[in-house]
Design a protein around this ligand. Structure first.
Ligand code: KIV
Ligand code: ZN
Length: 531
């Protein structure tokens, strides 16, 4: 298929001609974010994240690196098929094989984008690629032309762009645009740039590349010096109109530019940054929670926008000010990022109709009947145990219910003896492929006893990499959200479980991880590939 054929079935790339000050938001949580060590998402989780990004109004969703593994390929294809209103991008190195594989995964998308890249800094060309600059230049022209023959929307990135010699950068950018790139993305791959310098780099490209107006200029900043958001905003001031970012700023090493921070900065300070994005910021809290739950990467309490303390006021002086007028200490409202006031909304007398309405309010409008029924039953159980049921509780239990929908190994019951006298024991009943099995184990503490019991009922060689507990709300009757990370044969999975009982949540989380391991396909980490 050629670009002309493709144009007839896929929408033309977004040139942004409608509003010259609109900044496109390109989310790479599912690609660069997933390259964080210890982070892995399965296909179903990637589709869930993609759908919330789409609902949120993200312009482009980078769904993965299709050549990296069959799992990555299938995830990109599923996301491409599921997403209707955002563009879906797939990453490819500068080779026809990579690009063809990316196109194969993307071609069902309403708006596909091939994102191809090659290193251009002297260090990367010499050490990593072992190629001469002329060879790199030719490979860029060939790869971009090849991609453009397949897809009308092609993004090209000079990896390590911020450390590339200016003359060479101008030359390759001009050639990439001539070869058909519709977006040129300048990465600060190693998070080395500082804002003034990065803005000058973008200005330099606008001044020196003669055909620069034929492409959207994008930036992709890593956070090694904590400057990813500042660098991205400085680049926008210099003319960039696409920012690449991730939810919660996850990504390689110190991560990527955080979507929630950059979008809220644009929204909060139009007086000094007169740019807009299409993101509906009220989805931020839900997206942050979903990504954190799926990846097991907890959000630090003082993290801007999405940290638990981001809108909390502790000191008396601050509380007094906020009570008089919230603007004294709040530069944005909690509602603008989708935080609803944690007031008591539901209780044990609430019926299924009110529960369904609540789910809609919380953004779970499209749950199937079975999932709603299961979630409602768990809500009733929770309301029996817990005096106050908050929105956060409902979000945690619904996410938990969705996650465990297709599990082979299911939790049935748990009885634990804990305390200082020992031995700590766990009596556990599980349903495995429809059959109930039970055992009793002891251990070095109740969690150890529980995990030993699971090992008896479901023998496996996975090792525990992470065990993390998070209280969903305040109070001693708060639900616990537990994350368990297991590793087996080099494959890592995260499991999550929520329950009013921390130990039950621990079982659920461990079983979730085990269920994922049993279906996990062979996967090679994209980071292991070299361009
Ligand atoms: O950081 C980087 O340079 C990248 C490119 C592939 C855009 O992730
Ligand atoms: Zn990157």
């Amino acid at each position: 298929m050629t670009a002309t054929d493709t144009n007839s079935i896929n929408a033309a790339p977004d040139t942004g001609a409608d509003d010259p000050n609109r900044v496109r938001i390109f989310d790479t949580t599912l690609r660069d974010g997933e390259q964080s060590p210890g982070c892995s998402m399965n296909l179903e989780e990637k589709v869930r994240v993609a759908l919330i990004l789409e609902e949120m109004g993200v312009d482009i969703i980078e769904a993965g690196f299709p050549i990296a593994s069959n799992g990555d390929f299938e995830a990109v294809r599923e996301v491409a098929n599921a997403v209707k209103t955002s563009s879906v991008a797939g990453l490819a190195r500068a080779s026809s094989k990579d690009i063809d594989r990316a196109w194969e995964a993307l071609k069902g998308a309403a708006q596909p984008r091939i994102h191809t890249f090659l290193s251009t800094s002297p260090l990367h060309m010499r050490v990593k690629l072992q190629m001469e600059p002329e060879e790199v230049h030719q490979a860029i022209v060939d790869s971009v032309s090849h991609a453009r023959n397949l897809c009308p929307d092609v993004e090209w990135s000079p990896e390590d762009g911020s450390r590339t010699e200016h003359d060479f950068l101008c030359r390759v950018v001009e050639s990439a645009i001539r070869a058909g790139a519709t977006t040129i993305n300048i990465p600060d791959t190693v998070g080395y740039a500082v804002p003034g310098e990065f803005a000058e780099l973008i200005t330099m490209l606008f001044n020196r590349v003669p055909n620069i107006d034929k492409a959207v200029i994008s930036v992709h900043c890593h956070n090694d010096l904590g400057l990813a958001v500042a660098n991205s905003l400085a680049a926008v001031d210099a003319g960039a109109r696409q920012i690449e970012c991730t939810i919660n700023g996850i990504g390689e090493r110190a991560g990527n530019c955080a979507l929630e921070e950059v979008v809220m900065a644009l929204r909060t300070r139009p007086d000094v940054m007169p740019y807009t994005s299409r993101v509906d910021t009220t989805f931020i809290t839900r997206a942050s929670h979903l990504v954190s739950t799926i990846t097991g990467f907890a959000v630090q309490p003082n993290k801007a926008i999405v940290g638990a303390n981001a809108f909390a006021h502790e000191s008396g002086i601050h509380q007094d000010g906020v009570l008089k007028d919230a603007q004294t200490y709040e530069i944005m409202t909690p509602e603008s990022v989708g935080l609803t006031e944690s007031n008591l909304v539901m209780g044990k007398h609430s019926g299924s109709h009110a529960f369904r309405e609540k789910l809609k309010d919380l953004g779970y409008g499209d749950l199937g009947q079975n999932a709603i029924a299961d979630a409602f039953q768990r809500f009733k159980d929770l309301a029996d145990k817990k005096k106050e049921v908050f929105d956060e509780d409902i979000i945690a239990l619904v996410d938990d219910t969705i996650q465990h929908d297709s599990d082979r190994i299911r939790f049935v019951s748990l009885q634990v003896v804990a305390g200082s006298k020992g031995p700590q024991t766990a009596e556990l009943e599980l349903e495995i492929d429809g059959e109930v099995a039970a055992t009793k184990s002891d251990g070095n503490g109740p969690v150890d006893a529980i995990f030993n019991a699971i090992k008896v009922l479901c023998p496996h060689s996975a090792t525990l990499q992470l065990y993390q507990v998070h209280a969903v709300t305040g109070g001693t009757d708060a639900q616990a959200e537990v994350t368990v990370r297991l590793e087996e044969d080099g494959k890592t999975v995260n499991g999550q479980g929520a329950d009013a009982d921390t130990l039950v949540a621990s079982v659920r989380a461990y079983l979730h991880a085990l269920n994922k391991l049993s279906v996990k396909r062979e996967k090679t980490a994209p980071a292991a590939l070299s361009a």
